[in-house]
Design a protein around this ligand. Structure first.
Ligand SMILES: [Zn+2]
Length: 240
């Protein structure tokens, strides 16, 4: 007899069995090939929100995205010495991705209806959640920018306006890391600001010239790919 509170965990466990019995055979070769090494296409930094599913949204397979998730897709800035002022865990993921895995791309992806952004705007600290309160301080620069410079898209709700600006602010925080800044400036590393609209399922990319997020449809995708420059390997390995 399961209690109501057991049901979500039961679903999770049975999901493991479902994968094992119905899908694992499709991935067996891929997992075997990946077992000793990974060479992901990008470091993908996004919110912990369950509605944001990077591998589903980007049609990526195991081994293709090195993913770092936290509440609000925040990136505490680094000191002049390159040490994070707020979270060495995330800074470690950045260092590992850039220095060891040598990723050429970092995507910071925010999303609509983000609880973290709502909390930042509400300015109602929860005494029993001191860590969350402290963590959200890393989004205050985005709130300041919304208040003083206004939104990118005035038609959005305030928390979605904040969420879009927050992605841009977190990219600036990312650039405070010397290992990131030097590689971006040399052209070895490319940073992207993406934003996912949950209601429509549309992923959007920030266009610096137009100062707006635009849906990554085929035309926009071709524009973004053209800006990346020539593809180093014209015959990539087929995906599983
Ligand atoms: Zn969120």
């Amino acid at each position: 007899m399961y209690r109501a509170t057991d049901r979500p965990m039961r679903d999770l466990i049975m999901g493991i069995v479902d994968f094992r019995e119905h899908l694992l055979s499709q991935y067996a070769t891929r997992f075997r090939d990946l077992s000793y090494a990974q060479s992901p296409d990008a470091l993908f930094i996004t919110c912990a929100d369950s509605r944001v599913v990077p591998d589903l949204l980007a049609s990526t397979e195991p081994g293709e995205l090195f993913t770092m998730r936290n509440v609000g897709n925040l990136i505490p800035p680094a000191s002049a010495e390159g040490v994070s002022i707020g979270d060495v865990s995330e800074a470690s993921a950045i260092e590992y991705a850039v220095l060891v895995l040598e990723v050429a791309n970092i995507v910071v992806c925010g999303h609509s209806e983000c609880g973290a952004m709502k909390a930042v705007l509400a300015r109602a600290p929860k005494p029993e959640a001191p860590n969350l309160e402290k963590w959200l301080h890393h989004a205050t620069a985005a709130a300041f920018r919304l208040e003083h410079e206004g939104p990118l898209d005035p038609s959005l709700t305030a928390h979605n306006q904040l969420s879009q600006l927050n992605v841009l602010v977190q990219l600036e925080h990312l650039m405070t890391y010397p290992i990131v800044r030097s590689r971006v400036n040399s052209g070895a590393l490319h940073l992207s600001a993406w934003w996912f609209d949950i209601a429509t399922g549309a992923m959007q990319a920030y266009d610096r010239e137009r100062r707006t997020f635009e849906i990554i449809d085929r035309a926009v995708a071709e524009k973004l790919v053209a800006r990346l420059g020539p593809v180093a390997d014209p015959t990539p390995a087929p995906r599983a």
